[in-house]
Design a protein around this ligand. Structure first.
Ligand SMILES: Nc1ncnc2c1ncn2[C@@H]1O[C@H](COP(=O)(O)OP(=O)(O)OP(=O)(O)O)[C@@H](O)[C@H]1O
Ligand SMILES: [Mg+2]
Length: 296
């Protein structure tokens, strides 16, 4: 938010260098992330897209500091990440709202827990509620809100804490198509005002293109970066215009073709990922990629 933190903050750059993460040992060892390097650039919205099950949430847990890499390093603004910190805030797909608190109390939870509630946090909460279109719902409880409203309340609840980096793991997964698209507009509107560092993980190509400044396309498991694409589509983006340009279509096709190759690799390995991908692709375009075959 312009009134939370001026644009062009000098904090919030994350560098991931040669990170490897393996679960289990001996014959049960499974390497999920292998020699993976990328940068989450300051004041940009970086979206990561990759086949289902490739290791995206694992990377998020490493960035959040909930788990440690086996080798390689992760640094925020030059300092190693050794555990969770209030410089990073993670929003997961699952609802984290407290059912016994009103929308307003949920949003004010962070500042209250830190003993920082004052007139300013109250006005920030009002501002955020307005921004996410929930002003009229501030006294309602989570069960009285729709799924999309709950996700908007969660965005506001995260943003009031003003982290250097917002990390979001498929926060809109499971919403119906219309609610999801509305969320893209609310979320990108919030981002366009603050330009804080955001890292957003998804498996939805349209979501990725609509939101991203930079798009990191991941390989299949064990995951690493397959390609990084600059999504140079002008902002502010709105649903009515974002997908019109030739450039948007070009980026989408490029990303889809990379994802398709990765999904096919897992397909030959017997994974569901390719089948899921083909299903999603077919839904978006009305036809499956020509070379895609359904599993035997
Ligand atoms: N704690 C763990 N122990 C063992 N294996 C794990 C653990 N966490 C994740 N994995 C394995 O790592 C792989 C990647 O999981 P992860 O959740 O990171 O993928 P993802 O890309 O986020 O998938 P999705 O798109 O479905 O959310 C999976 O095969 C999973 O079984
Ligand atoms: Mg995941």
């Amino acid at each position: 938010m312009a009134q939370h933190k001026p644009s062009g903050s000098t904090r919030g750059e994350i560098q991931v260098r040669n990170v490897t993460k393996t679960y289990g040992t001996g014959p049960f060892a499974k390497t999920v992330v292998q020699d993976c390097s990328f940068t989450i650039e300051r004041n940009k919205l970086t979206v990561m897209i990759g086949p289902s099950g490739c290791g995206k949430s694992t990377l998020i847990r490493l960035l959040a500091g909930f788990e440690k890499p086996d080798s390689g390093s992760i640094q925020i603004d030059g300092r190693p990440i050794t555990g969770p910190g209030k410089d990073r805030l993670v929003v997961f797909q699952e609802s984290a709202l407290f059912p016994w608190m009103t929308t307003m109390d949920n949003i004010l939870y962070g500042p209250r827990a830190r003993g920082e509630q004052n007139g300013q946090t109250q006005s920030q909460a009002d501002f955020l509620l307005e921004k996410v279109g929930l002003k009229a719902f501030s006294r309602k409880y989570p069960t009285q809100l729709s799924g999309g409203m709950q996700r908007r309340a969660e965005l506001a609840r995260a943003m009031i804490n003003n982290p250097d980096v917002m990390i979001l793991d498929e926060p809109f997964r499971g919403l119906d198509a219309m609610s999801k698209e509305l969320m893209w507009e609310y979320y990108s509107g919030l981002y366009e005002e603050s330009h804080r560092t955001n890292f957003f993980v998804t498996t939805d190509i349209d979501e990725a293109i609509f939101l991203a400044d930079r798009l990191i396309v991941m390989t299949n498991i064990p995951t690493q970066v397959r390609a990084t694409l600059e999504v140079d589509i002008p902002r502010p983006r709105r649903l009515a215009n974002a997908f019109d340009s030739e450039r948007a279509n070009e980026i989408k096709m490029q990303a889809l073709s990379l994802l398709h190759e990765e999904a096919m690799k897992s397909f030959s390995g017997g994974s569901r990922a390719a089948a899921d991908f083909i299903e999603a692709y077919a839904k978006r375009t009305g036809k499956a990629p020509a070379e895609a075959k359904q599993p035997e």
